[in-house]
Design a protein around this ligand. Structure first.
Ligand code: NAD
Ligand code: MLT
Length: 527
């Protein structure tokens, strides 16, 4: 497989991919047409914040299975477009939390004590001791906007150094805030009370320009630290507030436009200190995020759940071995059911019985859906199957029951519309050998795979012989067969495994015989 890496990541991640036998192509300068050309045959794309993964780029990457973001922020990736193309987007949200928190603490002290400014003066030979009067942080109030992973680590560190903590985060519980010694408040109150305001939210439509001129005015005399994302704080308003003395200073690591343009107003104000998006730039953090992304790409290539997938069903790694064999079984059941069904499907139901019903089966259901859509959608996979169902107005339901009759586990895919339904139920013999054990009301024992015929006929002598001789006429070899009936002389169902494709003509010939009710050709071949 080809892994294209368009932003620098640590060697440890690249090595892990190479050791697994994959071709790793690094092209950090690729832009525009060159980037489109490079991604054309890539199976995975690894980026940080430097590469814009747009809908256009994704449309030109037919082989792409996964985009891995070596870090947390995914605002440079069009996740909706990735989902449309069946491409997993995964990030590495844990690996650089400590690094980002430590950088925030460093920036807080640096601005409160004017360290970069004093350093710069001393470098020019000036001993400006009398010009820098700093602020002690102990007993001051830290306002944290966004009390997630990084925000909490910052709160712990600066709380531990004696700052009082007030936090604004509408999505975090009182209890968690209390454990950190932080008081939750609305944004206005947080701004009024904070001596230092530190931002740790993602950039979303809700947080974009969340801290503008009005909010900065409420912080009068305080400091602003932004090591989260550019665009959350209005940069011209921040530069003006520090310049005019409304704020004592600001420390900024992230910018609306990166690299920061030379004419940015932030660069003209002495008491605004800046770093070039260094929050995650420690060796440990870079190694963590690179190896995390490499592991997730390897999982995607193996068809296993991707731990931090943002647009695909994910699951607990410990439970995966128990669920894994049912992924293929569910896809097969869905694939057979839809090929036995006539008309428009408006509902897909996946039922789990027995041991499998105890597990998290989101991924298995997505695979059953994939099976249903495979004959009609070439670009379907477990990432976009649910979305395709929504787009097509198909209702998806998942039911569970503890009893699986004589089996350990059963997975049944049923496709419906208002007039009809077809159910295909499968199990795994010895935990790994797939068998179809029911088709509608018929108990069968069919080995699914390759090419199959499902025939409904009356249960009377000569029908199996008829099917055998028509297949012979068309040079079709029968590799296996299972016959089931509900009552003697009633309706029977016969499932054949055949070695060749069955032409419509052969099926029509069979259906000319009044004893044959219907014959369906099923293909489980990979397209
Ligand atoms: P997270 O998802 O763990 O936490 C984000 C928090 O923000 C959540 O608790 C969420 O509830 C809160 N939030 C969301 N919308 C909000 C709103 N409108 N108002 C208030 N709170 C809101 O993310 P994280 O891992 O803590 O990362 C935080 C930020 O830091 C992200 O923007 C991330 O990209 C950035 N980051 C930057 C660097 C760097 O190099 N400078 C490194 C790592 C992370
Ligand atoms: C992130 O989102 O993880 C950070 O911005 C770090 C980075 O990639 O530089």
């Amino acid at each position: 497989m080809k892994v294209l890496v368009t932003d620098p990541i640590a060697d440890a991640g690249l090595e892990r991919l190479r050791e697994a036998g994959h071709e790793v192509v690094t092209d950090h300068d690729a832009e525009g047409d060159a980037l489109v050309a490079a991604v054309e045959d890539a199976n995975a794309l690894v980026v940080r914040s430097g590469t814009e993964v747009t809908a256009d780029l994704l449309a030109n990457a037919p082989e792409l299975q996964i985009v891995g973001r070596a870090g947390i922020g995914v605002d440079n990736i069009d996740i909706d477009a990735a989902t449309d193309h069946g491409v997993i987007v995964a990030n590495a949200p844990e690996g650089n939390v400590r690094a980002a928190a430590e950088h925030t603490v460093a920036m807080t002290f640096a601005t409160a004590r004017s360290i970069p400014q004093a350093h710069a003066r001393l470098e020019t030979g000036e001993w400006a001791k009398g010009e820098f009067l700093g602020t002690e942080l102990r007993d001051k109030t830290l306002g944290v906007v966004g009390l997630g992973r990084v925000g909490q680590e910052v709160a712990k560190r600066l709380g531990g150094l004696g700052m009082d903590l007030v936090a604004y985060d509408p999505y975090i519980g009182e209890e968690r805030a209390e454990q950190l010694g932080a008081e939750l408040a609305e944004l206005d109150e947080t701004l009024e009370r904070a001596d230092v305001l530190t931002i740790h939210t993602p950039l979303t439509p809700e947080t974009e320009n969340m801290i503008g001129e009005e909010e900065l005015a409420r912080l009068e005399g305080g400091y602003v630290v932004n090591c989260a994302r550019g665009g959350i704080v209005d940069e011209p308003a921040l530069a003006a507030a520090v310049e005019d003395g409304v704020l004592a200073g600001a420390a900024v690591d992230v910018f609306a436009e990166e690299p920061l343009p030379e004419d940015s107003p932030l660069l003209d104000v002495d008491d605004v200190i800046v770093t070039p998006h260094l929050g995650a730039s420690t060796a440990a953090a870079q190694e963590n995020v690179a190896t995390s992304i490499a592991d997730q790409i390897l999982s995607a290539f193996l068809g296993e759940p991707v731990m931090n997938a943002l647009n695909a069903p994910s699951m607990d790694a410990a439970a995966f071995p128990r669920v894994k064999p049912y992924i293929g079984l569910a896809e097969t059941a869905g694939r057979i059911a839809v090929q036995l069904f006539d008309g428009h499907v408006n509902e897909v139901e996946v039922e789990y019985a027995g041991d499998i019903a105890e597990e998290d089966v989101e991924l298995v259901t997505a695979s059953a859906l994939k099976g249903v859509f495979l004959p009609i959608e070439s670009q379907v996979n477990a990432v976009n199957a649910q979305e395709i169902a929504e787009q097509r107005g198909i209702e998806v339901s998942e039911t569970k029951r503890s009893q699986a009759e004589d089996f350990t586990s059963l997975v049944t895919a049923t496709v419906h519309n208002d007039d009809a339904s077809v159910s295909v139920c499968g199990t795994l013999f010895a935990g790994e050998d797939p068998r179809i054990v029911r088709i509608d009301g018929f108990r069968v024992d069919a080995i699914p795979g390759g090419r199959m015929i499902v025939s409904r006929n009356t249960d009377e002598p000569g029908v199996i012989g008829l099917i055998g001789s028509v297949m012979g006429e068309y040079d079709i070899n029968i590799a296996g067969m299972y016959n089931a009936r509900q009552t003697i002389g009633g309706e029977a169902m016969t499932v054949y495994n055949v070695d060749q494709e069955v032409p419509d003509e052969a099926r029509e010939k069979l259906e000319e015989d009044p004893r044959v009710i219907e014959t369906r050709y099923i293909s489980l071949e990979d397209e």
